[in-house]
Design a protein around this ligand. Structure first.
Ligand code: SAH
Length: 230
């Protein structure tokens, strides 16, 4: 009996369904790129594990979805490297009761990672086609706590302010004052600052009463923060 079972097993080729393959790749990504590089915030790690990154990239990029780098998402924009997404999530210390604003929805991936952790995510995208696709994708995946608006994120989202955290995913030449205004007392903003097409500094901005402190975290390269009139 046992021998027959063994024979059947031998004759059956091991077929991994595509989704299983992605699950394995994602688990490897979390271990090698996220945990091994020092991300410690448990909810961030779990969110990176939960969000299926391959759903957020164009068909032709699916096989690269879990690679250690940024990927093109069309319209000259990119989805950030997984480590950067995790780093930016961890640094704002999101908590379940938080309300978070993201500038630069892009594919919706960073918004999904945040939406796994916090109650409310608001994300703004300046390119209508990207914003609409991201909104439909987030809705389709059941993220009812993430809302997308198509606008110039420079002005933030007054209606839902103040925010516990703001995550800016395009490189600005200066920190937009409306975003500082819309940060809650005790809130944190992470933003790449510097000239477009050069190396920028990822900065942490913290608001404590009237006090605004900034700290350089690491050199990064992001797509430029565009303005509505560009
Ligand atoms: N966070 C995204 C990746 C963002 S790439 C993701 O997870 O996929 C940066 C995005 O910022 C691009 O889609 C770009 O169109 C958008 N962007 C640039 N300037 C903007 C602005 N002023 N307001 C809103 N979105 C902006």
């Amino acid at each position: 009996m046992l021998r027959i079972a063994a024979l059947i097993l031998l004759l059956c080729p091991v077929v991994l369904l595509p989704d299983d393959r992605y699950d394995q790749q994602r688990e490897r990504m979390v271990r090698q790129q996220i945990i091994n590089r020092g991300i410690e915030h448990r909810p961030t790690i779990e969110a990176m594990r939960a969000v299926r990154r391959h759903i957020f990239v164009p068909e032709a990029q699916k096989r690269n979805a879990y690679h250690d780098g940024p990927l093109p998402i069309g319209y000259g924009q990119t989805i950030s490297q997984p480590y950067i997404v995790a780093f930016m999530t961890e640094i704002v210390q999101p908590e379940p009761h938080h309300r978070v604003l993201e500038i630069g929805a892009g594919s919706g991936y960073q918004a999904a990672v945040l939406a796994e952790i916090v109650d409310e995510v608001y994300t703004i995208e300046i390119i209508p086609e990207l914003g609409e696709t991201a909104a439909a994708r987030l809705r389709g995946l059941g993220y009812n706590n993430a809302e997308v608006k198509i606008a110039d994120g420079y002005y933030g989202w007054e209606e839902h302010a103040p925010f516990d955290a703001i995550v800016v995913t395009a490189a600005a030449e200066h920190i937009p004052p409306p975003l500082v205004d819309q940060l809650k007392d005790g809130g944190k903003m992470v933003i790449p600052v510097g000239s477009p097409f050069f190396v920028q500094q990822l900065m942490l901005v913290e608001k404590k009463g009237e006090d605004i402190t900034t700290r350089n975290l690491m050199p990064v390269r992001f797509v430029p923060f565009r303005r509505a009139e560009d």
